[in-house]
Design a protein around this ligand. Structure first.
Ligand code: IPM
Ligand code: MN
Length: 364
């Protein structure tokens, strides 16, 4: 009897519904209609506006109890708390903490046919993974910062040994499985911090260095966050795996995304020891929502990450093969420019990109 997988599916806000629909179509085309059950659930900023609840209990329970979570996007700029912060973000931030999704894995890969804004780099020339610590760092104090007398404000940066050890181990394990940096084939983990200024970051660096003792086959490298923004533009091919504190990882993942075609093609997987959630690294883009012009690629490629995660976890070769097939089909569509979304310089709509990938899968 073939195993089936239940996917808690939250379309969410803005372009979330359209890119989620595209992803469901592509994943079904690749896996067959009988392997994945996409169970729809509510959540996000629009849902909060209607009900006062950004992450309903049944949605949380489904995310906890089903095999994986697929999410479109959360957040609307005008749905805010009295302190000015956005409500929609709590959908994802609560799941990160509640399900202990401590590793936010963000592949930055330049695909053939995609023009990088960096001269001299083409398909395969940029291929690294940002491993963003996803449960502590500067985000740990979300909702608990202090504003005093309307004069001063604090948020606290939290770095624990246990939290840093596990994210460092995750990064070194990942580097072992990859093929090294494009420039020299060297398996390398770059620790990205600001250890020259703050004790918390110096501690983060020291703990990563301790963990490296168990991974001497992988090279360790260090970069301060400010310098890193230069290196990721000037020599992105030097990087293989980058491990960073939460906020720094957030920032460089947008920078990295921009170097390989923009946020519309930047996937992410938020992974813990027992749970995982997959969504594009972009936001909800309300300005282009509902017009069928958004690129579905980031969410589709996040779906590919989900298939690999499920495939590895359950040793299900069907899912790993489906993941490879979608990667190949997407690569063909872009390389042959069969359907290129607007943010990559083409004209194709969300549904045209989706159709083209499904056709490429069917023809394979
Ligand atoms: C991301 C986003 C989020 C973050 C939001 C939606 C909470 O920018 O996933 O990178 O800041 O982490
Ligand atoms: Mn971000």
């Amino acid at each position: 009897m073939m195993r089936k997988y239940q996917i808690a599916t939250i379309a969410g806000d803005g372009i979330g519904p359209e890119v989620t629909q595209s992803t469901i179509r592509v994943l079904r085309e690749a896996c067959g209609s009988n392997v994945l059950d996409f169970e729809p659930f509510e959540g996000g900023a629009a849902h909060y506006r209607k009900t006062g609840d950004v992450l309903p209990k049944d949605t949380y329970a489904a995310c906890r109890d089903m095999d994986a979570v697929l999410h479109g996007a959360a957040g609307l700029p005008d749905v805010t708390y009295p302190d000015g912060t956005e409500v929609g973000n709590d959908f994802i931030l609560r799941l990160r903490v509640g399900l202990d999704l401590y590793a936010n894995v963000r592949p930055i890969k330049l695909l053939p046919g995609v023009a990088s804004p960096l001269r001299g780099f083409d398909g395969g020339g940029i291929d690294y993974v940002i491993v963003r610590e996803n449960t502590e760092g500067l985000y740990a104090s979300r909702g608990a910062g202090i504003v005093l007398r309307d004069e001063l404000a604090f948020d606290t940066l939290l770095v624990t040994r246990a939290g840093t050890e596990r994210i460092a181990r995750f990064a070194f394990e990942l580097a072992r499985k990859r093929h090294g940096a494009p420039r020299d084939g060297q398996a390398r983990v770059t620790v990205c911090d600001k250890a020259n200024i703050l004790r918390s970051y110096a501690f983060f660096r020291a703990v990563c260095t301790d963990v490296h003792r168990q991974y001497i086959d992988v090279a360790i490298d260090y970069a301060y966050i400010d310098a890193m923004t230069v290196y990721l533009v000037k020599r992105p091919d030097f990087y293989d795996v980058i491990v960073a504190e939460n906020l720094f990882g957030d920032i460089i993942s947008d920078l990295g995304g921009a170097t390989v075609g923009g946020m519309g093609i930047a996937p992410s997987g938020e992974i813990g020891d027992t749970h995982a959630l997959f969504q594009g690294a972009h936001g909800s883009a309300p300005d282009i929502a509902g017009q069928d012009v958004a690129s579905p690629l980031a969410t589709i490629l996040s779906g590919v990450m989900m298939l690999r995660w499920l495939g590895d976890r359950h040793e299900d070769e069907r899912l790993r093969q489906a993941a490879d097939a979608i990667d190949a089909a997407t690569g063909r569509v872009l390389a042959e420019r069969r359907a290129v979304p607007r943010d990559l310089g083409g004209q194709a709509s969300c549904s045209e990109v989706t159709d083209a990938i499904c056709q490429a899968l069917a023809a394979a």
